[in-house]
Write a protein that binds this ligand. Structure first.
Ligand SMILES: NC(=O)C1=CN([C@@H]2O[C@H](COP(=O)(O)OP(=O)(O)OC[C@H]3O[C@@H](n4cnc5c(N)ncnc54)[C@H](O)[C@@H]3O)[C@@H](O)[C@H]2O)C=CC1
Ligand SMILES: CCCCCC(=O)O
Length: 488
């Protein structure tokens, strides 16, 4: 883990300081539950200091040129490249993600940073708009929004942090960032060190390693009056809570929440090609991805072949120590998530749902489970499992497959396998989700494509240029150049 462990503290106003909270959180290695490091949580005063310094620093940061902001982000890229081996070594120990996941996370982070560099040109611009009042000139400015609070989850902490923080800073804002404290290094310390080494002015980026649910600060971070925007990635339950607080405080939000993503295999699909994609879309990062496939909806004519081939492949996936490059299925992040997954399995088995592959718990790893002949209105099919549990739902027709794909409270990602691309595109537009991939699986990310969910999967879109609209605001300045005559 290199020297990142020396920085498992709060980063406020350009200084690494111990939290002044009464609680200490031990961060555990998800695979062997060894203690990696401990973090002293924050107090309301620590949060306040982060917010006040961010507000002051943002006023100066907003005056920088696009080139100055680009230069910092280029140096962040250089830092991550220089420390790639250290990051790859740290990643499995802290997140339980495999070496493959670590490389995917870094690759996506580089793409997000390159895209954020382009966004730096899109702020502090003035557009003249013809006036309807004689003698008036309209100047419309796009300006930074101010201080943005960013909150991210444990599953892909590095790139999920970068995808919101880098654009926010590129666009002249300041950030107070709270990653999941279980992944404090990959979710925040690495990026804070990169910004520090890149010479980002103190206070523009602040890091809070804490857990508001237990540190005694409650909703202080969310209710704080300084931030104008809360960017949240995490569960739908917490997203609803944050949305309510933001609404009451008239703050903008971006809410990237849960999913129940369907992977549809139509009657004319190439089953082998579908199984290849299905295995990745289900078991990447042991299913702990918001975009992971949650339901396989398969035409009945192909269901037996698909299920048998899928189960056979799932059974042979290497599982175990995420530091072993051969490992595909590593541990779940913690005991709570393991117990949630085991409860889903037990409930499904007790309800008589058929198992095509029975997995097992080996230490803190859950090996793949495959349930089949599942009904879409069952508790199992309506649950975001966020673990290596596959749910196969045979259907009588392609039309039924498309219909039930949207019969979930969520609407994030989806996939359709078929030989008829034109028909698939029409079907894709019928699915109530933010994303549909044809002849690919449900997990894809690209920084210049709108990414986000409908319904219980959230509000807003990541990606350039959608994030520019989210992380900036407008100012109308009119100049009356000729005396205006008024009606009274
Ligand atoms: N749509 C997307 O892009 C993604 C969505 N997710 C979703 O996140 C969930 C899994 O992650 P979890 O950690 O269980 O989610 P979670 O919602 O419990 O936690 C996410 C983050 O919110 C913080 N948090 C929780 N309560 C808070 C409060 N009252 N005030 C301030 N911060 C608070 C947590 O500390 C953590 O940093 C799944 O539902 C998954 O689908 C995960 C990754 C990406
Ligand atoms: C491979 C892409 C990972 C994104 C993490 C997520 O959205 O859950």
């Amino acid at each position: 883990m290199g020297n990142f462990k020396d920085f498992t503290k709060q980063y406020i106003n350009g200084e690494w300081v111990e939290g002044s909270g009464a609680k200490t959180i031990d961060v555990l290695n998800p695979y062997d539950r060894s203690t990696l490091y401990s973090v002293k949580t924050v107090t309301k005063e620590d949060i306040d200091k982060a917010m006040v310094t961010a507000q002051a620093a943002q006023k100066e940061w907003a005056k920088t040129t696009p080139e100055e902001r680009k230069e910092v982000l280029r140096k962040v890229i250089s830092y991550l490249k220089e420390h790639k081996e250290e990051i790859i070594d740290t990643y499995p120990s802290e997140t339980g993600g495999t070496v493959l996941s670590a490389n995917i996370a870094l690759h996506i982070s580089f793409e997000e940073l390159e895209e954020a560099i382009k966004m730096a040109d899109e702020v502090n611009l003035m557009k003249e708009v013809p006036a309807t009042i004689p003698g008036k000139e309209n100047h419309v400015y796009r300006v930074p929004i101010g201080v943005i609070t960013t909150i991210t989850p444990f599953n892909f902490p590095l790139n999920l942090g970068v995808r919101t923080i880098a654009p926010a800073i590129a666009l002249g804002n300041a950030v107070v960032h709270k990653p999941d404290v279980a992944t404090g290094i990959t979710g925040g310390v690495i990026l804070a060190r990169a910004f520090e080494e890149a010479g980002l002015p103190a206070g523009v980026f602040n890091l809070l390693l804490t857990d508001p649910k237990t540190d005694g600060t409650g909703d202080y971070l969310l209710e704080h009056p300084i931030p104008r925007f809360i960017s949240f990635t995490g569960s739908t339950a917490v997203g609803r809570h944050i949305g309510a607080i933001a609404g009451r405080n008239l703050k903008k939000v971006a809410l990237e929440l849960g999913g129940n993503n369907p992977f549809i295999v139509l009657s004319d699909a190439d089953v082998d090609r579908a199984v290849d994609a299905a295995i990745f879309g289900k078991f990447a990062h042991q299913g702990q991805i918001c975009m992971a496939t949650n339901r396989f909806i398969v035409h009945k004519d192909l269901a037996e072949e698909f299920t048998n081939k899928f189960a056979e492949r799932a059974k042979s996936l290497p599982y175990g120590d995420p530091k072993d490059p051969a490992t595909v299925v590593g541990p779940l992040i913690n005991e709570r998530q393991l117990e949630k997954a085991q409860a889903v399995i037990e409930d499904a088995k007790n309800s008589g749902v058929k198992l095509a592959l029975e997995g097992k718990r080996v230490g803190n790893v859950l090996t793949p489970y495959v349930f089949t002949d599942v009904k879409n209105d069952s508790v199992l099919a309506q649950t975001e499992v966020f673990s290596p549990i596959a749910i196969i739902i045979p259907v009588d027709s392609d039309e039924e497959a498309i219909q039930i794909a949207s019969e979930t409270e969520y609407g994030l990602s989806s996939a359709i396998f078929t030989q008829d691309l034109e028909r698939a595109e029409q079907f894709a537009l019928q699915i109530d989700s933010g994303v549909t991939h044809i002849n690919d699986q449900t997990v894809n990310a690209q920084p210049d494509i709108p990414f986000g969910g409908n319904k219980a999967s959230g509000v807003g879109r990541f990606g350039n240029p959608w994030l520019v609209e989210e992380f900036t605001t407008t100012k109308w300045v009119s100049v009356q150049k000729v005396n205006r005559q008024f009606p009274f």
